[in-house]
Design a protein around this ligand. Structure first.
Ligand code: NAP
Ligand code: F7E
Length: 380
């Protein structure tokens, strides 16, 4: 077991929550930075937070913000971490077009504030730094698949902010010899994914539609293709990058790409709903070709039996063959889109021994069934 100390920004996010579990399992003392919020924002780590064996023994939470230099300096001096994982970000690409200045403050300058503070407080020889870089750097991709040498062409304020962060990490590594790495991670998803990212939006809506709690799912660009992997595996990869002797940058990806349309088909199929597509562009519709009600009835029975609390949800669905369940709205289009991402994870496999194990079909199953369970449990 390790006696190392880790500091995580973005601990309340999807990746922060899985990384915390992984590091605690490895024996780390974990410190997380949380933002003050007017409502609870620790749901993803509540299972750790509410455990008296863990909170304030192995896991410590501190208020801070990556736009606030004084909180960063204070926490670095107080915690003196061996490893720092900088996961904090305004991470929604579409939202970055609405709040570009704030996105740059957090995603670009937040990274600079942190890496510079490491130098200023004298942790540059001790602490290793992980930067959450992204496949959004490739944007209008210059080649397929993308690897560590593919040129960047970001297509959103988010991507551009992350490009600054990528280069400042490289610059501080070369200028000051800091052990700092960029993990260029392709999309990774899970039941803990935020509800407005496309995968979770689809799996949650599919569950609610199958139970008759929602009529339709309205999406944007169905043609966009992504390389979607399973988040906990990617968080293990982050840790591996910091266990190397030399700092370097790595792509983590599955090496496969699929469209938003395919993701929808798989999600609905898991609930016994076969989709067919009619129309083009904003007129395109996802229509129920075949609905096997036995599939959802079985799942309802099994899930209700598993729940400790009583559930009031029954399937009120009025779905029939021909029902329209997916529509397209330009509201979800982006001013500039990233059409196709597909990563080449060869270097990570060779140097880190890391490989994505969960393929898309399995990922969709995990997410749909988790959402179905949540909807049944909560009743909405
Ligand atoms: P996420 O679920 O959106 O979590 C983002 C985290 O950052 C949350 O804990 C959030 O706090 C925190 N945060 C936001 N602004 C902050 C600020 N000003 N100061 C301190 N904390 C702040 O994102 P994720 O999916 O876990 O991704 C983790 C990181 O990897 C992000 O940097 C993201 O850009 C990057 N990334 C993600 C993917 C992916 O597919 N998931 C792929 C490549 C790179 P609240 O909970 O209070 O909002
Ligand atoms: O969109 C299309 C959308 O928002 C994926 C972040 O974690 O991964 C994530 O960024 C695709 C895009 O993720 C809807 O236009 C269609 O082409 O789930 P997303 P993202 O933009 O790929 C990268 C690697 C990160 O670094 C980011 O932090 O799906 N799409 N219809 C839609 N997207 C959303 N959100 N909602 C729709 O209704």
């Amino acid at each position: 077991m390790s006696s190392k100390r880790a500091l995580i920004t973005g601990i309340t996010g999807q990746d922060g929550s899985y990384l915390t579990e992984i590091l605690l399992e490895k024996g780390y003392e974990v410190h997380g930075i949380i933002r003050r919020s007017s409502s609870f924002n620790t749901q993803r780590i509540d299972h750790l937070y509410n455990n008296p064996e863990i909170l304030n023994r192995k896991l410590f939470l501190h208020y801070g913000d990556v736009v606030d230099s004084s909180s960063i300096n204070r926490l670095l001096e107080k915690v003196e971490p061996d490893e720092i994982y900088n996961l904090a970000a305004q991470s929604h690409v579409k939202v970055s077009f609405e709040v570009p200045d704030y996105t740059a403050q957090v995603d670009a300058l937040g990274t600079l504030r942190f890496i510079d503070a490491i130098k200023e407080v004298g942790l540059d020889k001790k602490a290793k730094f992980y930067q959450a870089s992204t496949s959004e750097l490739y944007g209008k991709a210059r080649e397929v698949p993308q690897d560590e040498n593919t040129p960047f062409y970001p297509r959103s304020p988010y991507g551009v902010a992350k490009l600054y962060a990528y280069w400042i990490i490289k610059n501080y590594r070369e200028a000051y010899n800091i052990f700092a790495v960029n993990g260029i991670l392709f999309n990774h998803e899970s039941p803990r994914r935020g509800e407005t990212f496309v995968t979770r939006k689809i799996t949650r809506a599919a569950a609610r539609i199958a139970l008759g709690l929602q009529d339709k799912l309205v999406l944007g660009n169905l043609d966009a293709k992504r390389d979607w992997g399973y988040a906990p595996e990617y968080c293990e990869g982050m840790w591996r990058m910091l266990q190397q002797d030399e700092p370097d940058d790595y792509v983590l990806a599955t090496g496969e790409t699929h469209s938003v349309r395919e993701f929808c088909e798989l999600a609905f199929a898991e609930l016994g709903i076969e989709l067919e597509w009619r129309g083009k562009g904003v007129e395109e519709r996802g229509i129920v070709k075949e609905f096997d009600i036995e599939v959802i009835s079985d799942k309802l029975r099994v899930t209700s039996n598993e729940l400790t609390t009583s559930s009031h949800v029954t399937s009120h669905t009025s779905l029939t063959n021909g029902s329209v369940v997916v529509e397209v709205s330009p509201q979800y289009f982006r001013p500039t889109e990233v059409d196709l991402l597909m990563g080449n994870p060869k270097k990570a496999k060779e140097k880190l021994g890391w490989e994505a194990k969960t393929r898309l079909e399995e990922l969709v199953k995990i997410m749909v069934n988790a959402d179905l369970k949540k909807v049944i449990e909560k009743g909405y």
